[in-house]
Ligand binder design. Structure first.
Ligand code: HEC
Length: 201
């Protein structure tokens, strides 16, 4: 067998091998189109177990935004609440309690409304700016079992605008937050690492 012939045979074997590999690969893709996606999870879990990423999600702070917040935008955002809440002075309770003068008011204190009773289980008894922010971010996370069927406001700008608007709905609007108040909120809502057990599923 000459060198040329040997090379030809070698090349043929190589090509056959490549074709076999490729068709195997294609067949694999056709039969398991989601394989790559499925594989992604264990890697994430491993990273989490190794202590990577996985911060507990908290509402973004909004106190620093209140002084400059857009009240008109807040009034627009409040349309999402109007199906259940009145914002007028002397307004009546609906599906939810009337919200005139709600900033700084004790929780669950609107006369004639039957509450779930869970709104004060997290974060004290008063609707100050911080508590309104955390509640309106994710009502059901803030108060599991609440009667308020509302998903929440994701955007910090929307919550700041809405809370700034709520502040105006009063005969004597509450003072805007001080610098130390703003700093305390930022510290309380700074992302924390979850406990390691919680990160591993
Ligand atoms: C589908 C109806 C519904 C919508 C929409 C809704 N709420 Fe409520 N809200 C309720 C109910 C019901 C309660 C009473 C919750 C409880 O007792 O657990 C409540 C409670 C509250 C409270 C606490 C009042 C208190 O006296 O303690 C605030 C503040 C509030 N809602 C603000 C809002 C805002 C702001 C929006 C819009 C972004 C909104 N809600 C959207 C039904 C609703």
């Amino acid at each position: 067998m000459g060198g040329m012939e040997f090379n030809k045979i070698f090349a043929a074997v190589l090509v056959a091998g490549l074709i076999a590999m490729l068709s195997g690969f294609v067949a694999e893709k056709l039969t398991h189109p989601h394989k790559l996606k499925e594989d992604a999870y264990p890697v994430e879990a491993l990273e989490a177990a190794a202590g990577g990423g996985q911060k507990e999600k908290l509402a973004e702070p909004i106190l620093a935004m209140l002084a400059e917040a857009d009240i008109v935008r807040g009034q627009k955002v409040s349309k999402a609440c109007a199906a259940c809440h009145s914002f007028d002075k002397g307004g009546k309770n609906g599906v939810g309690p009337a919200l005139w003068d709600i900033v700084g008011k004790p929780k669950q204190a609107v006369g004639g409304f039957v509450y779930s009773g869970v709104l004060n289980e997290n974060g004290g008894n008063v609707w100050n700016y911080e508590e309104l922010n955390k509640f309106l971010w994710k009502p059901k996370k803030y108060a599991p079992g609440t009667k308020m069927s509302y998903v929440g406001l994701k955007k910090p700008e929307d919550r700041a605008a809405l809370i700034a608007y709520l502040r105006t709905l009063s005969g004597s609007p509450k003072a805007l937050p001080s610098a130390s108040h703003i700093a305390a909120e930022a510290a309380a809502l700074a992302p924390k690492e979850e406990a390691p057990e919680a990160a591993v599923h």
